[in-house]
Design a protein around this ligand. Structure first.
Ligand SMILES: [Cu+2]
Length: 265
């Protein structure tokens, strides 16, 4: 009887071990979820200081071709700011404290739209490039082209707060619009989150990363770079326990029948 039980337990253990999809990814998902929550809680969009946005450095607007707009009433730029999008906390010349000089200049053209989600199963939105690598202390200019009809954002988070209010650099482009913004990355080896903060756009694929130097690890769920943040898993933990219990019972029953059959001969 002892051998019988031992065999049953062994088979049960093998069955549980063969079930890594549920147990393994749950822990992983919980960890990354906590990390993501941390990211989100640090964003305080309500406290964005609009006074610190430098409208004078907005590029890519050709005012000469605008007709029929009366700019006299509202100081010029506010109207375009609202209509085509915005660039917030752009920085072309203020050096981060630990940077003796601007080490390099980079220019990236990023196209946003549903067509860039096509290679990534399950995604709805995407960007022509999701991962960017630059040297620390370099100046990075992003030209953000929104090819969709809906508004998209290109936000970089957790930058030094003394240089970038809320630790944030933010480009926002209305449907069909193009916006250009520049920032200077600090000296640290870090990987910065890039995302669109419009509801569900990041979850649907508008997520990227900006790696300065060696970075400090890939972020989760970057299309083409890292595994999806949420693994589709429709099984509830109770179902897994039930399946294991049923498997155990069937194993015992099988062993019991086999034993009866063997001793009956
Ligand atoms: Cu978006």
């Amino acid at each position: 009887m002892n051998r019988f039980l031992a065999a049953g337990l062994l088979l049960f253990a093998v069955g549980v071990a063969a079930e890594p999809v549920t147990s393994g990814s749950t822990a992983d998902t919980a960890a990354t979820q906590a990390e993501e929550k941390g990211d989100r809680s640090q964003m305080d969009h309500a406290q964005m200081d609009h006074a610190q946005m430098d409208h004078s450095q907005m590029q890519g607007m050709d005012h000469s071709q605008m007709h029929g707009m009366d700019h006299s009433g509202h100081g010029g730029h506010d109207m375009e700011f609202d209509a085509g999008g915005m660039v917030m906390n752009t920085n072309r010349d203020r050096l981060p404290p630990a940077c003796p000089e601007i080490r390099r200049d980079y220019e990236f053209t990023v196209r946003a739209g549903t067509r860039y989600a096509a290679p990534f199963s399950g995604n709805t939105f995407g960007m022509s490039q999701h991962a960017f690598e630059v040297e620390p202390c370099s100046r990075v200019t992003f030209t953000f082209i929104n090819e969709d009809a809906v508004r998209h954002q290109f936000m970089i988070h957790k930058l030094p707060r003394d240089m970038y209010p809320q630790g944030m650099f933010h480009i926002e482009a209305a449907g069909g619009a193009t916006k250009v913004g520049t920032l200077i990355v600090p000296r640290a080896n870090r990987t910065y989150l890039i995302h669109c903060d419009i509801a569900q756009h990041m979850e649907q694929g508008m997520k990227g990363q900006l790696r300065a130097g060696r970075g400090d690890g890939d972020l989760s769920s970057i299309p083409g770079i890292s595994a999806r943040f949420r693994v589709d898993n429709y099984r509830k933990p109770a179902q897994a326990v039930l399946a294991a219990a049923v498997g155990f019972a069937l194993t015992l029953a099988g062993l019991w029948l086999w034993r009866r059959w063997r001793y009956a001969r």
